[in-house]
Design a protein around this ligand. Structure first.
Ligand code: COA
Length: 248
């Protein structure tokens, strides 16, 4: 199986595929190349029963979020293209279950990507959070409603308004992750979970996933319009410049 530039895709067996983020220099930030590669993976595995396991090839990090270099230059028009939100919708609607295996930070779009998966495993020292407001944008790729759905309005407000990060243990207690694992066994544990799921009838599994998505709230439209407003702001550019100047 060929590897995408920033993704390492591995076929575990006929029905289980691992999708590894492989761009440690950028802390696995999701840029448009990665978005397109992830889109290709989803297309490639949409016709045959496949459980997808998302992970990082580098221990101690999951995904640092959308690529701030690209975000800084995105305009309201890009917001309406729904680049990240659209990908996460596709992950959510993958016909069979998806699993995120998190070790380290899952921030911004990294946390949103994990939340678009059906199930999440994390290590105790993981760090999950939504720092978008500090960058002058909103968590427009699903956190405003997926986070609330998983952890409740109170903790969702705290995480969004104050950028508080929670570790794996707190995330488990809050319902943001479903299982804790040690870093050494994280991927094996995620694959073991995928194997248990894969013993089921594929059609029954697909229909159950469809059934569980019936009450999905439809707030995406508002988030896209709000993000469009913020993407054109000077405040956003100033805040993103500050992050990039600090790290370069
Ligand atoms: N987008 C683009 N580049 C990013 C990035 C992101 N989300 N996160 C990290 N990087 C880049 C840095 O700019 C830096 O690039 P450089 O080597 O060219 O200077 C490199 O990755 C290493 O980042 P650094 O901050 O030095 O790594 P760290 O290990 O000390 O910290 C993080 C890692 C993830 C905690 C920190 O990088 C961070 O807070 N990133 C931003 C998280 C965020 O706000 N995400 C939401 C985006 S909407």
């Amino acid at each position: 199986m060929s590897d995408a530039p920033f993704l390492a895709v591995g076929q575990i067996d006929d029905n289980i595929v691992t999708v590894g983020f492989d761009n440690a220099d950028r802390r696995n930030a999701i840029d448009e190349v990665t978005i397109n590669e992830l889109g290709d993976v989803l297309t490639r595995f949409q016709s045959k029963p496949t459980i997808l396991v998302f992970h990082s090839t580098t221990p101690g990090m999951f995904v640092s979020g959308a690529d701030i270099r690209e975000l800084r230059d995105r305009t309201s028009d890009d917001a309406f293209r729904s680049i990240n939100a659209g990908l996460f919708e596709r992950i959510e609607s993958h016909r069979w279950p998806t699993i995120a295996a998190i070790d380290g930070y899952a921030l911004g779009g990294g946390c949103e990507l994990a939340m678009s998966c059906d199930l999440r495993l994390a290590t105790p020292k993981s760090s999950l959070g939504q720092p978008e407001l500090g960058l002058g944008i909103l968590a427009g790729a699903g956190a405003n409603w997926r986070l609330r759905q998983l952890v409740g309005l109170g903790l969702a407000r705290q995480m969004l308004y104050t950028a508080r990060r929670i570790d794996g243990t707190e995330a488990l207690a809050a319902g943001l992750v479903d299982q804790l694992s040690e870093p050494e066994s994280l991927l094996d544990d995620a694959v073991a979970m995928a194997r248990r799921i894969s013993r089921n009838s594929w059609r029954a599994l697909e229909l159950t996933k469809l059934s569980l998505r019936q009450d999905r709230p439809a707030t995406t439209g508002f988030d896209i319009a709000a993000q469009a407003l913020l993407f054109d702001s000077d405040d956003k550019r100033r805040r993103m410049d500050a992050f990039l100047d600090k790290s370069s």
